[in-house]
Design a protein around this ligand. Sequence first.
Ligand code: ASP
Length: 330
Amino acid sequence: MLEPQTRPIPHGHGVHPFPHRHLTGIFGLQPWEITFLLDEAEQWIALNRASAAKHDNRLAGLTLINAFFENSTRTLLSFEIAGKRLGADVVNMAVAQSSVSKGETLIDTAVTLNAMRADVIVIRHDASGAVQLIADKVDCPVLNAGDGRHEHPTQALLDALTIRRRKGQIAGLKIAICGDVLHSRVARSNILALTALAADVRVIAPPTLMPAAIERMGVTPFTDFDAGLDGADVVMMLRLQRERMAGGFVPSPREYHALYGLTPERLARAAPDAIVMHPGPMNRGVEIDSVVADDVKRSAITEQVEMGVAVRMACLDVLTRAQRGVEGWA
Ligand code: ASP
């Protein structure tokens, strides 16, 4: 069993609970650092639900650049709303991904972003490792909004927050992450976060979409969907990422659905109160049936989107504390 989430957050003696300049991934975070970000996010949920003013201006005067080199709807919008609710000046730079080579172009990008004197930069890029490369070159905190197949840390945090709120805890839960694990940064970040928080994580994928040696990440792999779902408390579906597939990883969407699509019959194998999750965008009728996705009792999918704003507010706040001179962080 890995470190349980109940371990106290170290305070005092000059140690603050999130001693990282950037958030480029879940990798390298301690369980209590993850829990700290989830706890911080809780405070924003009520503000986001307020029917009147939804502002807290603690980032007033700071400039947030959302630099998205890969398409995004919900993540870009979520970071934009999070930044605006905290009072930052938000600038979105949506650059259609070209076939640029990495190296020099990325470094040029970093230099350009740095010259704009942003106070915090959120980056999405289709190359794994691109965000870290830029983070190493700029003077302000950088948040990874998804880099290639590598990581999508705020997605994992919002998923963990959703699970914790629905189930009351994460430690000991049976969580099945299902589908195109091979191409999924969401799966990777979630595996890192949920195993750190002591969940019992299973990954379910066709053999062609199962990363080699995945059990080294502390999960149990299944290629049989029904067997992997048995008694699961959380069923997290992944999008079939056809844009990342060069060649025939799956015979056809129809056949994929027959073997790996989440139907009500399949869901019946999970725990009776199991919740269903999906990071979006969904391929309805491929990895998930509409009747499951839209089942208000089981589906936590819209709650995931809601928690996304709270988690991103927490991350923007925490990462800018040092430069804002917040006591104990500067
Ligand atoms: N929106 C998520 C991501 O950016 C999941 C997906 O695209 O399938 O990785």
